[in-house]
Structures are given as structure tokens and as C-alpha cells.
Design a protein around this ligand. Structure first.
Ligand code: S3P
Length: 170
């Protein structure tokens, strides 16, 4: 049985911020899949998408999860927003620990990502339409992957973290 805390959710749903606060509260280390891939590849997410394409990035994500599933340890896993889209990834995420879906609506997400230049899937015009369409497509997959759905709209990071810790300790 693995007791890692796994954070999933759309871009800008607060996974990195919540992971940092969880780390402060618990002292447990954070593994951030995007950061790990950037480090291992020696290039940014934008560069990976531009040079090799999204499919190649998705393959790297799955390979990373497979490697994580071979080791056992105590960590908070902050995942890229597309991680739960693949069925294989959803199964691995579940096997790695307790999965928390940080749910946020389009307005909350738009506010957080509107100035962002590091997320290839959100560049260009009409961010709102892109986010709305992707949320519609992905939300069922996030829900399938999740053990717990955490509604984050209008909540502070501290409130979200308290909910997660309360559920994780049960
Ligand atoms: C993606 C989310 C990003 C990153 C990549 C693709 C997605 O991570 O993995 O740009 O498909 O939702 P964040 O959710 O940390 O922004």
C-alpha cells in the first residue's frame, strides 16, 4: 500500500501551489512531473512540444509514471494537467497513492494562466474557449482518476490543504 499524495487537475488548478503548502505542513518531499521531465530532457515543455510534438511529451509522461511505480517512497506528486487523460496513466496514478483532483472553473483558471507563456496548449487566441472545451473533455477523466474531488473555487490554499490532509489521514 502506497500513501503518497497525488495531485491532478487542469493547468492553473493550483497543483504546484498546493504541493508547496503540503510540503511546508508535512515536510514530505514534492515530485513535480513537469519539472522532472524538463530536468531530464534539458529543455522546456515548450521546446519538447515544438520539437517532438505533444504525443512525444505524453510518452515521456507515461514512462516517468512507470518509473515512479517501480520505486516506493513517501512523496507529494504534482502532475501535469494532461497526465490523467491516458487510461494507463490513470491506473498508475491510483497505484501510486491517494489521488486528489483539484477542481477549478474556467474563470479561476483563466485568471491564473492568462499571462502564462510556458504552457503550449494555452497559447494563441481565445483562451477562454480553449479552457472551457478542454475542461469539458477532461473533467470526466479527472473524476475517473480521482479518489477525492476537491472544489477549489473561492477557497484559500490553506483551506484546500487542510481538506486534503484531513482526507489523507483517514
Ligand atoms: C499540460 C499541462 C502542463 C504541462 C503541459 C501540458 C496539459 O502542466 O504538462 O504544458 O496538457 O494540461 P500544468 O498542469 O502543471 O500546467
Amino acid at each position: 500500500m502506497n500513501h503518497n499524495i497525488i495531485l491532478i487537475g487542469y493547468m492553473g488548478s493550483g497543483k504546484s501551489t498546493v504541493a508547496k503548502e503540503l510540503h511546508i505542513k508535512t515536510g514530505v518531499e514534492i515530485i513535480d512531473t513537469d519539472k522532472m521531465l524538463v530536468k531530464e530532457q534539458g529543455r522546456s515543455i515548450n521546446e519538447i512540444f515544438q520539437t517532438d510534438g505533444e504525443a512525444a511529451f505524453r510518452k515521456l509522461e507515461t514512462e516517468l509514471l512507470r518509473r515512479l511505480s517501480e520505486g516506493e517512497s513517501n512523496y507529494i506528486l504534482s502532475t501535469g494537467g494532461g497526465m490523467p487523460v491516458r487510461e494507463e496513466n490513470r491506473a498508475i496514478l491510483k497505484s501510486l497513492g491517494t489521488v486528489f483532483f483539484l477542481k477549478a472553473d474556467t474563470d479561476t483558471i483563466l485568471e491564473r494562466v492568462k499571462e502564462d507563456t510556458q504552457r503550449p496548449l494555452l497559447q494563441g487566441t481565445d483562451q477562454r474557449a480553449k479552457i472551457t472545451a478542454m475542461l469539458k473533455e477532461r473533467t470526466p477523466m479527472y473524476e475517473l482518476a480521482a479518489d477525492h474531488v476537491i472544489e477549489t473555487d473561492g477557497k484559500t490554499v490553506e483551506e484546500v490543504v487542510s481538506e486534503i490532509l484531513c482526507l489523507a489521514r483517514k
